[in-house]
Design a protein around this ligand. Structure first.
Ligand SMILES: NC(=O)c1ccc[n+]([C@@H]2O[C@H](COP(=O)([O-])OP(=O)(O)OC[C@H]3O[C@@H](n4cnc5c(N)ncnc54)[C@H](OP(=O)(O)O)[C@@H]3O)[C@@H](O)[C@H]2O)c1
Length: 305
């Protein structure tokens, strides 16, 4: 099957497919990462999202290499994103960290490199208080060296973005943040768009953890009847409606699945359109609930939430 071409132009001039395959899992058999990437590429994903902190770049790289070897895709058909972890925020630490990621991925460049969080830590998790403007200079140097096509950030709030935009030579092309029907983030999304920064939704399904009983019944992807009616109308699933809702707001999405049928399902969202009223139904689920609150960084300088 041909790859999904539906893409958006970044301010760097590069094209990014609107849907990417997320690859984070707290617990997984390493082979699952490779397998998911292979299934994803076979299904038509051309955008893959990983990070050095996911400890899966080796396997993600194997999956990519296998599909290139089999002649299913060429490197230039793919859009690969990885991320700089918080313990490499010194200006001089960025390129070495990126080179390690490239080695694990078996690539000579990535399409997009992101500062994973605006906070910096050392290897004991202590606050290093490194200014992300310094980190950004390292990111810009990586572009100059040809190791990365575009650079961006993740988990930055509006104030942090404003500061970065003032001093950046290469503007951040995306801000990867949590967005889903229960965390709609309209204000930050509009701010990003106004500054030609593409919002990328992580945790786009927003599945609420069962460990949070106070949110019982709020997990719309699993059970919500109104969302179910919209899904039935288009012969889609609730998850596809959630992803479609984001795409229609001009937001790129990186859903993760290690289930072959869901990997395929999540990509199949480009043959229908939600009307205005259906978009407002999905909007109405917002409860500003964060699946990823980053609480371990809550006491750190530049904690964004
Ligand atoms: N920048 C950041 O700080 C940050 C933070 C979090 C995540 N991310 C990125 O964003 C990606 C996605 O976020 P996420 O993994 O937290 O959450 P997600 O993609 O919203 O949800 C993943 C979960 O949903 C299930 N699922 C997937 N498709 C489904 C479908 N069609 N129907 C029902 N359930 C479905 C998956 O199960 P199965 O795997 O069992 O199918 C998995 O349990 C990550 O993998 C990572 O690449 C970035």
């Amino acid at each position: 099957m041909a790859g999904k071409k539906i893409s958006i132009k970044l301010s760097s001039g590069c094209e990014m497919p609107l849907i990417g395959l997320g690859t984070y899992a707290r617990k997984a058999d390493p082979a699952q990462f490779r397998e998911a990437v292979e299934w994803g590429i076979d299904a038509g994903y051309r955008h893959i999202d990983t990070a050095s902190s996911y400890k899966n770049e080796e396997e993600v790289g194997e999956g990519i290499a296998n599909k290139i070897k089999q002649g299913i895709v060429k490197r230039e058909d793919l859009f690969i994103t990885t991320k700089l972890w918080n313990d490499c925020h010194g200006e001089k630490d960025v390129i070495p960290a990126l080179k390690e990621s490239l080695k694990r991925l078996k690539l000579d460049y990535v399409d997009l490199y992101l500062i994973h969080w605006p906070v910096s830590v050392n290897n004991k998790g202590e606050d290093m208080k490194i200014d992300f403007l310094e980190t950004w200079r390292g990111m810009e140097a990586a572009v100059k060296e040809g190791l990365v096509r575009s650079i961006g950030i993740s988990n930055f709030n509006e104030l942090q973005l404003t500061r970065l935009l003032k001093s950046a030579i290469n503007k951040p092309v995306v801000n990867q943040i949590e967005i889903n029907p229960t965390l709609t983030q309209h204000k930050l999304v509009e701010f990003c768009k106004k500054h030609s920064i593409v919002p990328v939704a992580y945790t786009p399904l927003g599945l609420i953890s069962e460990a949070r009983p106070e949110f019982n019944g709020k997990d719309i992807i699993k059970t919500d009847p109104k969302l179910g009616e919209i899904a039935d109308k288009y012969k889609k699933t609730r998850a596809q409606i959630a992803l479609r809702y984001l795409i229609q707001r001009g937001i790129a999405v990186v859903p993760k699945s290690f289930t072959k049928s869901r990997i395929e399902e999540n990509l199949n969202i480009f043959d229908f359109e939600l009307n205005k009223q259906e978009m407002s139904v999905v909007d109405s689920y917002n409860i500003d609930h964060r699946c990823v609150p980053g609480t371990i960084f809550a006491q750190h300088t530049n904690y964004p939430f």
